[in-house]
Design a binder for this molecule. Structure first.
Ligand code: MGD
Ligand code: MGD
Ligand code: SF4
Ligand code: MO
Length: 696
């Protein structure tokens, strides 16, 4: 007789670093095994749809590759030889090494390092409570959002925008520099609904014919880093042809006349020479916008991962202001809604203990920091000890050669708290096993929408896995760090944070699953004014004072153009490096996450590849599938060519981020990317690389 398994349904929120933050229905088999994951049909943004990689999450949760016990390094650094130890022993070692570093080099020699492997507010940001209480070095988080947020906030003064569900009511949706089919599938749900129900047109702007471009009605394939030129020419045509909304401009913007005069010379022909787009395509895009002025600009991260990315973002964002698109339902722009939540995070992050005089190290410059670059260290002590949660810098951070050198330092102590034996974990002295989101409680917020969601614990963790919060509290006890947050449970922290942000209680959220905190229409459309004191959108921002960060301006910020313009500070191709490389996101990986699941690896073709235009391939005698070398002054990587006519000549695309070990000699794609600080507030220009290409 066979016993039928008992399947119950739990709910959760996707914890991954994805603007969609989907509301999930989770099948739980016999109270302990995860089955299929589904998108919640009754959540108005998720609308029943999630990506395939998370739908098959059972493969990740129940993977044989999970780290299940604390481990101590026994072989040489990076050799991957570990032995199992107890939690007490592991935590004692970490505490002892942190206290030793503090005693010998001061608290700033300890650098807790984290990112968004989970976006749960408790599990992601709790590490800062330990940091602030102990006065360890701070982290200036630049790897993802610094460039794009600067460009957006420079214009609007606030990181928010039109309700993403209004996309379904738009007549024209512009997907600019986001490969939504790969990176935030729910955008497509709403955009396709608008096309089906009201004949909306979908425009995509990208540097290769990716899955999103293929679904668009108008696909604008431009040279990397030239988006501002396209935006300027579009605005030139709008002014020229009488499609600028002059009443709106007079009421809501800072200097429309100056902008119009400046754009006189930014013709489609001028932009064509820079972007590589035929002038007729630019004219057609502008004409479409002139007809369909309630256009929805969904502005992605990708086009801002260029050294002129903040300028590009701001230029694209200026188009809906010229159109007056913000006035209309279904019109305006959205990059991120992170500015609407206004959490009180004192308890989670220990903000009451934050000391602004403690140095702040640039996350993207981890290679420079760990190899002792004085500038990157802010002329302070070396980093001697680290705790790493939710990130895999040996794979994802730029200037990988330096990152590896840094982690190989014998005098650097590294503790990595991980779900898998990642390339960063392999470099650690102590590895701690981490829970996954279905195994702990956390609180989530949408980036690309407006929900606050609860993700309660649904199953017990395997082996001896502990949550980030448990590890932080256990270390705090050993390090003598005191804060009320260290003696609260994750659920109590969630409750405290909800109550103190006037969002009810954890019990209420448990009952409702999510809260819709969408600001009212007039506010979301900035119709009561933009985020600056005078209420006006800035065509001419003060780049040194964008209201977004506690860091001062950096990089070549003084040379930034005053008004939207092409800013030629990208890594242009030259004789030595005839190609421009973008490391665009792969569909089945999420940064380096999911590279540990065989299904995702297989669906990505089993090995890293670079897309090369057929004529470029022919000129270099490279056949489809052949081994090639990509290189620049930062290093060389070996992978296979895929000849594809969906890239421009002179442009290469390597969909990322494969493990370094998937490349022939262990050098991953970020060997080629740079960690210089772009203006105005830093960031990593992952898609802005000049390289050479040859047969291997
Ligand atoms: N499947 C999958 N989903 C993901 C991720 C992933 O790795 N894989 N990453 C997650 C994370 S952390 C983030 S931040 C988001 C980011 O998601 P997106 O906002 O989509 O940004 P990117 O993924 O950086 O790149 C988007 C597109 O920008 C293009 N691009 C590169 N340079 C330029 C340019 O100069 N101009 C224009 N117009 N386009 C350019 C790239 O080719 C790519 O197709 O996605 C999240 N979702
Ligand atoms: N070449 C290139 N490089 C890039 C990018 C690119 O487009 N091209 N994109 C960049 C961007 S936008 C980003 S945001 C970064 C992201 O880079 P990362 O922040 O490193 O993101 P992930 O690769 O998803 O790694 C997160 C890690 O966190 C772990 N993790 C998840 N949940 C938990 C948890 O609850 N506890 C603990 N302890 N660990 C957990 C996962 O197992 C995973 O190994 O990569 C950047 N790097
Ligand atoms: S689309 Fe994004 S948020 Fe939704 S399930 Fe997939 S990774 Fe998670
Ligand atoms: Mo990101």
């Amino acid at each position: 007789m066979t016993v039928q398994p008992k399947i119950t349904r739990g709910f959760s929120a996707c914890p991954h670093d994805c603007p969609s933050t989907c509301a999930l229905d989770v099948e739980v088999i016999d109270g302990r095994t995860i089955g299929r994951l589904h998108g919640a049909g009754d959540n108005s943004y998720t609308a029943g749809v999630i990506c395939a990689k998370v739908a098959r999450y059972a493969e990740r949760v129940h993977s044989p590759g999970r780290v299940l016990h604390p481990l101590k390094r026994v072989g040489p650094k990076g050799a991957g030889e570990f032995e199992r130890i107890s939690w007490d022993e592991a935590l004692d070692i970490v505490a002892e090494r942190f206290l030793a570093a503090e005693r010998d080099f001061g608290p700033e020699s300890v650098w807790p390092y984290y990112y968004a492997g989970t976006m749960g507010l408790v599990m992601r940001d709790g590490i800062n409570r330990l940091r602030h209480v102990k006065k360890y070095s701070r982290q200036y988080s630049t790897i993802c959002t610094a460039l794009s947020w600067a460009g957006y906030i420079a214009g609007t003064g606030r990181l928010a925008g039109t309700d993403p569900r209004e996309m379904a009511k738009s007549d024209c949706i512009v997907l600019w520099g986001t490969n939504a089919v790969h990176t935030q599938v729910n955008v497509m749900t709403h955009a396709l609904k608008a096309r089906k129900e009201r004949g909306a047109r979908i425009v995509a702007v990208d540097v290769y014919m990716n899955a999103t471009m293929k679904q668009a009605d108008m696909a604008l394939l431009l040279r990397p880093g030239t988006d501002a030129a396209l935006a300027c020419a579009v605005m030139h045509v709008l002014f020229r042809d009488g499609h600028a909304d002059r009443d709106y401009l007079a009421q809501y913007t800072d200097c429309p006349d100056e902008l119009e005069a400046h754009l006189k010379s930014r013709t489609p022909e001028w932009a064509s020479a820079i972007t590589g787009l035929p002038a007729a395509e630019i004219e057609a895009f502008a004409a479409l916008l002139g007809e369909r002025r309630a256009a929805y600009f969904r502005l992605g991260y990708g086009f801002a991962r260029q050294r002129n990315g903040a300028v590009g973002m701001h230029a694209a964002l200026s188009i809906p202001a010229v159109l007056g698109a913000w006035r209309h339902e279904g019109g305006g722009a959205l990059h991120s809604n992170s500015g609407i939540f206004r959490w009180r995070k004192t308890m989670i992050e220990g903000l009451d203990a934050l000391d602004a005089s403690v140095r702040q190290l640039d996350q993207s410059q981890i290679g420079r920091v760990l190899t002792g670059d004085a500038e990157a260290l802010r002329h302070g002590p070396p980093v001697k000890a680290m705790l790493i949660q939710n990130t895999n810098p040996v794979s994802v951070a730029p200037e990988q050669e330096r990152v590896k050198q840094g982690f190989a330092r014998e005098d650097l102590f590294v503790c990595v708290h991980e779900q898998f034996m990642t390339e960063t974990a392999k470099m650690a002295d102590v590895v701690l096993p981490a829970t996954m989101f279905l195994e702990h409680d956390d609180l989530y917020q949408g980036g690309g929408h407006q929900h606050v969601l609860l993700g309660p614990k649904l199953v017990d963790p395997p082996g001896e896995c502990c949550s980030n919060h448990e590890v932080i509290c256990a270390l705090a006890r050993r390090l003598g760090a005191e804060h009320p947050g260290f003696s609260m449970s994750a659920r109590e922290l969630i409750d405290w944070t909800l109550r103190n942000t006037d969002r009810g209680t954890v019990e209420e959220l448990q009952a409702s699953r999510w809260l819709d905190v969408q600001p009212p229409f007039r506010q979301a459309h900035f119709l009561d004014g933009f985020g600056y004191e005078d209420g006006r959108f800035r065509f001419r921002p003060d780049w040194s004072r964008v209201p977004m960060t506690n860091a001062g301006p950096m990089g070549p910020w003084q040379a930034m153009p005053a008004l939207p313009d092409h800013w030629p500070v990208i890594e242009e191709a030259d004789a030595e490096h005839p190609f421009r490389l973008s490391t665009s996101p792969a569909r089945n990986f999420l940064n380096s996450t999911f590279t540990e699941t065989p299904t995702s690896q297989a669906k990505e073709g089993g090995r890293p590849e670079v897309f090369v235009h057929p004529d470029d391939a022919a000129a270099l005698g490279i056949a489809d599938g052949e081994r090639v070398v990509l290189g620049n002054r930062r290093g060389e990587v070996r992978l296979h060519a895929r000849v594809y006519d969906g890239v421009r000549r002179g442009v290469l695309i390597a969909e990322s981020i494969w493990p370094n070990s998937a490349f022939e000699d262990g050098r991953g794609i970020n060997t080629l990317t740079g960690a210089d600080q772009p203006a105005p507030f830093g960031g990593a220009a992952f898609h802005d690389n000049k390289v050479w290409l040859s047969k291997a």
